[in-house]
Write a protein that binds this ligand. Structure first.
Ligand SMILES: Cc1cc2nc3c(=O)[nH]c(=O)nc-3n(C[C@H](O)[C@H](O)[C@H](O)COP(=O)(O)OP(=O)(O)OC[C@H]3O[C@@H](n4cnc5c(N)ncnc54)[C@H](O)[C@@H]3O)c2cc1C
Length: 418
């Protein structure tokens, strides 16, 4: 392509489109390259996000994107002990990821962003140690796409990170996830998410059932070992509680996708390059939630990219402010949650059973009151784990992440995009 752009964004997922939208709204000429033929397809995500997180990002979504509203969660221990937490009003919503991706891409397009579909970035163009665009495969041919800056929002594949010589995702902390849509679920609380713990069904993570208003549900799990399809079959067919809820259900869609749980990669910028979203592992290591944090970081990337254009300075030194800014916002929380994830992975099933049993004995309300407003965020978490009830607190942090805001308290509210 002979046209030169200010910014090339690789990946038309939520983070790619949101960073493109932010930069284009400020005045940059932006193009997004997406390898698939349709934005949001294939869909791989459960789409559970906190309502406060969405507000923080400045997103007021059309109703058709929201598949359900959630007030809390029910946790099941490996031996079937149960612990429910919840609030009186909705705290999270279940989003249709295909429609969310499309919505963000539409907003970006309206702000002037150009989308090139079926366009796979194969490599970076590097000249005098600066990224100056990408090599892209389109319609069977290789093309060069020149730009002053590239934003890497390619998700988990790390193709461009390797080319830039940046440290890639911590593969030892990447879980293999499977997500299915099923019809006709039974005996589920329509406004609660089910979370199933236990090594037999989801080693080093958990399995979930997320109900939708139409009686169908999103179910899934992640694991560090083995084939997630086998674990899902086992979960559906032989889990003592879930199998009853799913006895009449048929799988209507199925997808496999990794989730990076290692906390952010050490360096998310280089000369002419910024890295956002899953590509940078800006994902909560405890729950695998990456939408809110990814969007918050992508917004910063869009702004810093525009500032670089204005200053005509694309050096790593200038672009490092992206990393300082996102780290200030979510860096500590990501690091703290990484420690919690490691701790959880070491817990044997019998301990998980004991903790859940203890939680239900204490009573959810009393327990929530006792621990206060811990919303799974860094400093409070670190303070909390100094106490002898350490495991209880750690578990509380997991519970609360399903029912509390997952956006940082000190995050600035972004402009409303609707
Ligand atoms: C099973 C599962 C369930 C999840 N559930 C939740 C949840 O409930 N809540 C939550 O907050 N998070 C959830 N997540 C995490 C969430 O999906 C991700 O954090 C989020 O999608 C990250 O967005 P992204 O834009 O960085 O990456 P992606 O959404 O992966 O988008 C990357 C895009 O880049 C494109 N691409 C990749 N390589 C290239 C290339 N070389 N050239 C061109 N295009 C390319 C891809 O096709 C894709 O469209 C879940 C993840 C999984 C796997």
């Amino acid at each position: 392509m002979s046209e030169k752009f200010d910014i090339v964004v690789v990946g038309g997922g939520v983070c790619g489109s949101f960073s493109a939208l932010t930069a284009a709204k400020l005045g940059a000429k932006v193009v997004v390259c997406e390898e698939h033929g349709k934005i949001g397809v294939p869909q791989h995500c459960a789409g559970l996000v906190s309502i406060s997180g969405l507000k923080r990002v400045g997103l007021n979504l059309p109703k058709k994107i929201v598949e359900n509203e959630i007030k809390g969660a029910v946790f099941y221990s490996p031996r079937g002990k149960e612990f429910a937490v919840g609030r009186a009003s909705s705290v999270a919503c279940v989003l249709n990821r295909q429609l969310l991706d499309k919505h963000l891409a539409d907003l970006a397009e309206r702000a002037g962003v150009q989308f090139l579909l079926r366009s796979r970035a194969e490599s970076l163009i590097v000249d005098s140690n600066f990224v100056r665009g990408i090599i892209v495969r389109r319609k069977g041919a290789r093309e060069t796409l020149e730009s002053s800056l590239v934003i890497d929002a390619e998700g988990c594949s790390s193709t461009l990170l390797k080319k830039a010589g940046l440290q890639t995702l911590d593969r030892s902390m990447v879980v293999h996830a499977i997500q299915a849509e099923v019809d006709r679920v039974k005996k589920v609380d329509m406004d609660k998410v089910d979370v199933y713990l236990g090594r037999k069904y989801a080693p080093d993570f958990f399995a979930w059932i997320i109900p939708k208003r139409d009686g169908s549900a999103k179910i899934g799990l992640a694991t560090t070992i083995g084939d997630p399809r086998e674990y899902l079959n086992r979960f559906m067919q032989s889990h003592p509680i879930a199998s009853k809820k799913l006895a009449n259900s048929k799988v209507t869609t199925l997808s496999l996708h990794p989730i990076p749980l290692g906390g952010a990669i050490p360096k998310t910028y280089w000369n002419g390059l910024l890295v956002v979203g899953d590509a940078a592992s800006q994902v909560k290591p405890t729950t695998g939630g990456g939408i809110v944090f990814g969007l918050l970081c992508s917004e910063i990337a869009g702004k810093v990219a525009y500032d670089a254009l204005k200053s005509n300075n694309f050096s790593a030194r200038f672009l490092s402010q992206y990393q300082s800014r996102w780290r200030k916002l979510v860096g500590f929380d990501l690091a703290a949650m990484r420690q919690v994830r490691k701790m959880l992975n070491r817990l044997p099933d019998n301990k998980v059973d004991k903790i859940i049993g203890l939680c239900s004995k204490l009573g959810a309300n009393r327990f929530l009151e006792e621990v206060g407003d811990l919303d799974f965020q860094g400093k409070s978490l670190i303070r909390a784990i100094q106490y002898p009830t350490v495991l209880l607190i750690v578990f509380y942090s997991i519970f609360s992440s399903f029912i509390s805001p997952d956006s940082p308290r000190n995050a600035p509210a972004a402009a409303n995009y609707i």
